[in-house]
Design a protein around this ligand. Sequence first.
Ligand code: ADP
Ligand code: MG
Length: 455
Amino acid sequence: MDKDKLWQQALGQLQIELTRSNYSLWFGKTFIKSLQKINDRQLVEVACQSSYAKNRLENQYLGQVSQILDKLTGVKNEVRFVVFAPALKLEEKPGPLFSYDDASEKKELFQSALARARLNSDFTFSNFAVASTNEMAYAAATTVAKQPGKSYNPLFLYGGVGVGKTHLMQAIGISVLTKNPLASILYVTSEEFMNEIIIAIRSKNTQNFKRKYRGVKLLLIDDIQFIAGKDTVQEEFFHTFNALKLTAGQMVMTSDRLPEQIDNLEDRLRSRFEGGLTIDIQEPNFELRTAILLIKAKQMGENLPIEAAKLISQKITSTRKLEGMLVRIISEKGYNRKELDLELVKKILEKTTGEIKLSKTKVTPDRIIRTVADFYQIRLPQIKGARRLKHIVLPRQMAIYILRSELGLPFAEIGRIFGGKDHTTIMHSNEKIKLLADSSAQIKEELANIRKRLV
Ligand code: ADP
Ligand code: MG
């Protein structure tokens, strides 16, 4: 398999396994730099953008990446991460993934601007399909992109999971950067934003934070609803908001609900949020789902017949699952070297409808916690409580890890579920099980068994 294709498939799998922010943070800018086959093994060099990313990838994701590659290629892969920063090494030609044939500096500038702004290059306006459920939001987003800071400020997009809020928000950033790669743009999840504020306050150094956020021309904050109930964070955000507004900095925010429906949000922030334009995006309908599938397939370099796309979008209504299914279909095709035709899609859909049906039994936070408590035979108040007895702490951490990995819940939200625990405590628990899941066979097995009970 060609190295870019292989990596695309591996990324597809990682996208399913990781939370969205971890995925884009650590894998958004990676590519395979070289592949070398030695006997029955394969040496794979995966390029990332900084030594910081390299460390993180090595410490946290090496096992996962190797496993995925092993599965995709059927041979043993030795993965090595290497730093490749296009902005610093103009003489070195990047792999075909970026397809700079002319190696133009402009493109390099653009790529590093994207990375700096933390934008995912796939989330463009041209990759965004428009239908009645999202046309208003699309129109507002393109207007803002044309004249940031001048029309709707802030632009507040809200809607359910997978309706395209993050995509549309990032498209604004990409569009502005395309016109001016030097524009100062920043995309953050509200979770990252909160972490930075907390660290700044704790280390008594809010200057850097202030400088970083208050100077930007376009600030994109994703899933702002999680700021609710965090008083210090709201306070700091309020000042940031005002400072940006004074310098005509554009703000775009997304949320899963209207500002007025966010509990524990300070009134002054709420009125700021409502001071611009508030628009909803609804669940994608059948046509839109089909269009999204066709776009995604094309991005992955595959030709998906429209009939096949229709069949998939009849069966699957969630956008996130659509993508998962597509990745699955493409990788099945990879094994058997078949064309991506209607027959193949039918077969795979049939094979998986059982699973799809099963996955419709909703996995809720509550169900996860109950299942874990049940598995370890402890009571619900114990697992949710604060006592630090050893036989309770581990199940609690397992539940936290599963909430994070299965539902992708932000740490702050998980903290709330566990009776108001600090999000750093939650983060720590999550990391701990993540490490154990790699190193301990027993934990691995327990996790698998709990997951089985959940489907
Ligand atoms: P949200 O942030 O609302 O939960 P995302 O923006 O993450 O949703 O979208 C989920 C996935 O669906 C992404 O891969 C995104 O590219 C895709 N998607 C959603 N809406 C559209 C659309 N209208 N056109 C193309 N892709 C879309
Ligand atoms: Mg989102």
